[in-house]
Structures are given as structure tokens and as C-alpha cells.
Design a protein around this ligand. Structure first.
Ligand code: HEM
Length: 84
């Protein structure tokens, strides 16, 4: 998902017929022919996957806290080597 989100973002930009700006230094022209309807679908999937990353990160953090405070095992400590 971490790879798919930026790739779909770049494809959305190109499918809109827009160039890809690189930190304001230069631009990469779109190598694809514009298709507004496909661009809209790509943007939707891009947004859903980006939301998915946030949801999974929140579940991951909640599970780590559950392990630490409820199950009282070493999972969180293993994730934070400084606490080992
Ligand atoms: C970690 C990387 C990224 C995250 C988390 C992210 C997240 C998002 C989110 C949440 C939206 C709103 C989606 C919606 O309105 O349904 C969005 C829109 C968009 N993103 Fe990204 N994005 C990322 C990288 C990129 C990259 C590298 C590009 C390339 C240019 C890009 C291009 C776009 C475009 C064109 C839109 C639509 C904006 C509009 O509606 O005008 N994104 N992005």
C-alpha cells in the first residue's frame, strides 16, 4: 500500500494530462494520453488506499497498546528497542 499510493497518485496526475512537478525544480511531462474518467477512478483508489494505510497504522498502534497493557507481554518492548 505504501508503494501503491504514490504510484497511483503519479498515474492520476499523468491521466489528467498534467506534468509531475519534482520539488519545483523541473517537471516530467505526462507520457500517457489524458483520460479524465480513468483519472477520477485512479484518484478514488489512491484516496481509499491512503485512508487504508492510516486505518492499518491506527489498528497496529492499538494492538501494540493492547499487548502492553492488557496481555502484558513483550510485543511493544520488542517494537521499541530502546525499552528492551
Ligand atoms: C504517501 C503518499 C501520498 C498520500 C498518503 C496521498 C494521499 C492523498 C489523499 C488522501 C488524497 C485525497 C483523495 C480524495 O480526495 O479522494 C490525494 C489526492 C491526490 N493525490 Fe495523493 N497522496 C500521496 C502521494 C501522491 C503523489 C506522489 C502524487 C503525485 C503527484 C499524488 C497525487 C494526487 C492527486 C493528483 C490527487 C487529487 C487531488 C485533487 O483532487 O485535485 N499523491 N492524495
Amino acid at each position: 500500500m505504501l508503494l501503491a499510493v504514490p504510484i497511483l497518485g503519479i498515474l492520476t496526475q499523468f491521466m489528467r494530462g498534467h506534468p509531475l512537478p519534482i520539488f519545483g525544480l523541473f517537471e516530467i511531462a505526462s507520457p500517457l494520453s489524458a483520460d479524465r474518467s480513468l483519472a477520477r477512478s485512479l484518484k478514488d483508489v489512491h484516496g481509499w488506499l491512503a485512508d487504508g494505510v492510516l486505518i492499518l497504522a491506527a489498528l497496529h498502534a492499538a494492538a501494540a497498546i493492547l499487548h502492553h497493557w492488557v496481555l502484558r507481554d513483550n510485543t511493544l518492548r520488542r517494537m521499541l528497542p530502546i525499552l528492551r
